[in-house]
Design a protein around this ligand. Structure first.
Ligand SMILES: [Zn+2]
Length: 387
């Protein structure tokens, strides 16, 4: 297949401009300049100047999974993975929340099984598990239920790693808690990403944790101490330290637009867009603090008004990153493609239009609406009215 006449939004090759992608056996075989003749027999599709970007990657997606017990996880995971295709997301980390040990163990074990077996129908690829908690600061819990939060216990850790069958790719933890050093050391040996979050750590503690392997910060500004000029805390240290990348919920509700600009300027290529999306079932009851969550049209909240997660999609996050954070279109695309792929160490496979990468692609109109999503060289979603 030749996808031609496209504006190539390749974060790996900025300024590539227009051209075509030759796709063979599910992968990008070649990038061709405009007018270049494709070899032999190909099915040529003319995109008429629309933008072609790598499929989006979401490091923080709760979806319906966190509302499901182990028996219903497969249905929930498939629901999440298939819905994402409409919004251009082709890969994600299934993100758990803080839960009492037996429930978390069961959920992680089932997710480990599901992630290692192929999905039954087209859907974004679950790239692994992101454990958000339980090893977080109860005083920065956000909407996590207090009963699900605890200090790190190496016995529990070993059991979780074993049950996950290698699927744990990222852990959000508070570095100021007892046991956090042992946890970070263990995650380093497992090859999982240490992300700081739900934390009231001082900048000193953050700096020490970077020397112990922390590389990333979860939802910058949310569920952490405030940014104060004499007490920078996690947010200030995250903005100032180039060794840390940060992710941001750019929905206009979780972070004020002015602070998204601060983040974009301070972090530059180290800023990543995530959704932190929830997809509660009809009855809206869930495992979060307080049980009921309400959607105010912008985000989900607990009954007391505390933010509990977003209803954001990555295509909206890209649009918001341009309008709120002042990022260019290519930067905003990079922030949910190449940058998360690099953090996960999968940038030769995903998040790029490089030859050899999987042909997971998104076709965008000038307003960044997703018109088509492709998975491994097959079109799996077309917007209504698009043949
Ligand atoms: Zn969170």
């Amino acid at each position: 297949v030749l996808l031609g006449g496209a504006e190539l939004l390749d974060p790996d090759a900025p300024g590539l401009g227009h051209g075509s992608l030759l796709i063979d056996r599910g992968r990008i075989a070649e990038r061709l300049a405009p007018g270049a003749k494709p070899p032999g027999d190909v099915l040529a599709i003319d995109l008429g100047g629309l933008a072609l970007a790598p499929g989006f990657l979401d490091l923080h997606h709760h979806g319906r999974v966190i509302f499901s017990d182990a028996a219903l996880l497969e249905v929930a995971l498939f629901h999440d993975a298939s819905m994402m295709l409409r919004h251009g997301t082709t890969g994600f980390l299934v993100t758990t929340i803080s839960m009492p040990a037996p429930g978390l163990r069961e959920q992680v074990a089932r997710l480990g099984e599901l992630i290692s077996s192929p999905l039954r129908a087209p859907g974004a690829t679950p790239l692994g598990i992101h454990l958000e908690g339980p090893w977080i600061n109860p005083r920065a819990a956000g909407a996590h239920a207090p009963a699900g939060i605890r200090p790190f216990d190496p016995m529990e850790g070993e059991e979780l790693w074993a049950r996950a069958q290698g699927a744990i790719r990222m852990v959000t933890l508070a570095p100021e808690l007892p046991g956090a050093d042992a946890l970070m050391a263990r995650l380093g040996r497992l090859g999982a990403i240490v992300s700081l979050g739900h934390s009231l750590a001082s900048d000193d503690v953050v700096t020490q944790s970077v020397t112990r392997g922390a590389r990333h910060v979860t939802h910058l500004f949310n569920a952490m101490g405030p940014l104060h000029h004499r007490s920078p805390g996690l947010a200030g240290a995250a903005l100032a330290d180039d060794r840390l990348s940060c992710d941001l919920i750019c929905d206009g509700a979780h972070v004020h637009p002015a602070m998204t600009r601060v983040a974009a300027r301070a972090k530059g290529p180290r800023l990543i867009l995530v959704t932190d999306r929830l997809d509660p079932p009809e009855d809206r009851r869930g495992p979060l603090a307080g049980g009921d969550i309400l959607c105010d049209g912008e985000a989900f909240r607990l009954a007391d008004g505390r933010l509990a997660g977003s209803r954001l999609r990555l295509d909206e996050a890209v649009a918001n990153a341009r309008s709120m954070a002042g990022m260019t279109r290519l930067e905003a695309v990079a922030a949910c493609t190449l940058r998360p792929a690099r953090l996960l160490g999968i940038e030769s496979e995903r998040g790029t239009l490089r030859p050899g990468a999987r042909a997971d692609l998104v076709v965008l109109d000038p307003q960044n609406r997703v018109l088509e999503t492709w998975l491994a060289g097959e079109r799996v979603y077309a917007a209504p009215g698009r043949g």
